[in-house]
Ligand binder design. Structure first.
Ligand code: 4AD
Ligand code: MG
Length: 478
């Protein structure tokens, strides 16, 4: 007989039907005559309750059914008398597929800390919290492709190994096959990358944007969705060295079109989550409530589902960077010296500033535009004031910056001048500049940090808990 997934059994199973379920034992409890096994196969957050009449099975088999063991169980479905589930299974045949030593299995049937589970990331998928997080992550990845496909965008695979630094921030991981102990040197005594695998110095990409622009200026609208790498030594709850980014890039879009797209896109994803992931979201909402039980009332976050509905149903606030600085300077924490970092026109906003604007001042997602040119990348559209660029950052509660984007400078002379000012190698970027030489048009794009978005949707607090295997400074286990 073919296996039926537990999701289908719980949602569509009928009393007296005989089915085969396979999964991992979450708990086993019972009395002298009857044992209850909670079986989970990852298809849904809920377990299948398997009822075992002790008299029908070998004692040695029953002894081996421990937390973590894998089973195949054939049995008849019955209406459940217990609360919480409507259908359960009366076991007729049990096969132990893979045993588990209960004394050594790290995931005991009790509450574990997230830190402990991070150290056991290879097994944490077997907990309710992480199975819910990763089902939601999957659903969001699917919804991203669905959204762009419905809008006629082309999914473009931009390279992972590249010789350019798209963000100009210089925080890249080198890719090389040279012998690190004895690299070839040129006449200046520097490492001779001409002899390296690609004949030049290469690194892991920090963004697919520059290649994305090449696609957009022919295909019209493209998006990328791939891993990006940043060698910044930021040990925060919102930074990873390897993270996934979604980067749409659109010809004939100005900054307003770009903001409209970003807002519509985020709301589409949130709506998709509410319509398709309710079981998991409800579990995660309860988890958050439990976790915050001991916090003072005013530090607790909004109920997860209410928060998602709130963002879905309200317009994002759109203000300029200059207006934001004014608001911050008039704020209570500024006047009372409560901000850790200074506030002045020209500074890069810190997450405490972003979160003040979103959580305290507007109580709503905010899109900040027109940042000082000196804190933004070379490719952004230069405004007429000579001081600011057509940048847009989308700021979310609890997260801060979730999207960074801009209208792009399409004027060749202006772009070249800015690149020289910022020490971007103009000759090496001939291919990028060619789009400005031939048929240059107004265009825009942005990057959504996938894990930051998943933090928001799941209500998790640490970015290491929404990617299967986190890469952070001094940590590349698994
Ligand atoms: O603001 P960023 O650096 O923008 C770009 O890379 C542009 N090329 C995007 C574009 O216009 N096509 O990064 C975009 C987003 C951030 O808003 C943030 O959500 C996320 O990527 N991000 C990170 N997420 C996790 N860990 C890190 N170290 C991140 N750095 C950026
Ligand atoms: Mg940014």
């Amino acid at each position: 007989m073919k296996r039926t997934k537990i999701k289908d059994i719980l949602q569509k199973g009928k009393a007296n039907e005989t089915v085969v379920a396979k999964g991992w034992v979450r708990t086993k409890r019972g009395s002298k005559n009857v044992i209850f096994i909670a079986l989970n196969d990852g298809s849904i957050i809920h377990n299948l309750q398997v009822v075992v009449d002790v008299n029908n099975f070998e004692e040695s088999l029953l002894r081996d059914i421990n937390t973590g063991a894998a089973l195949s169980v054939t049995g008849k479905l019955a209406e459940s008398a217990g609360s919480g589930q409507s259908i359960e299974m009366l076991a007729e045949q049990i096969d132990l597929l893979g045993g588990s030593d209960p004394d050594k299995y790290p995931i005991q049937p009790k509450r574990h800390t997230l830190e402990f589970l991070r150290e056991n990331a290879h097994l944490r998928f077997r907990t309710n919290t992480f199975s819910a997080v990763f089902r939601v992550r999957h659903a969001m990845a699917f919804a991203i492709h669905k959204y762009f496909n419905e809008k006629g965008f082309n999914y473009l695979h931009t390279p992972i190994v590249t010789a350019s630094d798209a963000e100009g921030a210089g925080q890249m991981f080198r890719v090389s096959t040279l012998d690190p102990k004895n690299p070839p040197l040129n006449e200046n005594g520097e490492i001779d990358y001409n002899q390296d695998f690609f004949g030049k110095a290469t690194n892991l990409t920090v963004s697919g944007q520059l290649e994305g622009e090449l696609g957009a200026l022919a295909l019209g609208e493209i998006y990328t969705f791939g891993p990006t790498f940043r060698a910044e030594n930021s040990n925060t709850t919102r930074h990873l060295a390897e993270f996934w980014m979604i980067e749409p890039e659109m010809a004939f879009y100005d900054l307003n079109d770009n903001m409209d797209l970003a807002e519509e896109f985020l709301k589409y994803l949130i709506k998709y989550a509410l319509e398709n992931c309710m079981d998991d979201l409800q579990f995660l909402a309860n988890r958050l409530k439990q976790e915050e039980k001991n916090k003072p009332q005013d530090q607790r976050s909004m109920d997860l589902i209410e928060k998602l509905e709130f963002v879905l149903n309200n317009d994002f606030i759109r203000i300029t960077y200059t207006e934001a600085i004014d608001i911050l300077k008039k704020s209570k924490p500024y006047k009372k010296n409560k901000f850790q970092f200074p506030v002045d026109w020209g500074i890069d906003l810190q997450s405490e500033h972003e979160r003040y604007l979103v959580e305290k001042h507007f109580k709503c997602p905010v899109i900040l535009t027109d940042y000082p040119k000196d804190i933004k990348a070379f490719y952004m559209k230069q405004n007429d004031d000579g001081k600011t660029v057509g940048a847009m950052d989308v700021l979310f509660p609890q997260i801060g910056e979730i999207i960074g984007g801009s209208q792009r400078e399409e004027n060749l002379e202006k772009l070249e001048k800015r690149m020289k000012e910022m020490d971007i190698p103009v000759e090496e970027m001939w291919w990028y500049l060619d789009t400005r030489r031939f048929g240059s048009v107004e265009h825009s794009g942005f990057g959504l940090g996938f894990e930051r978005f998943i933090l928001f949707v799941t209500g998790m607090g640490n970015i290491r808990d929404v990617i299967p295997f986190a890469r952070t400074p001094k940590n590349a286990e698994f």
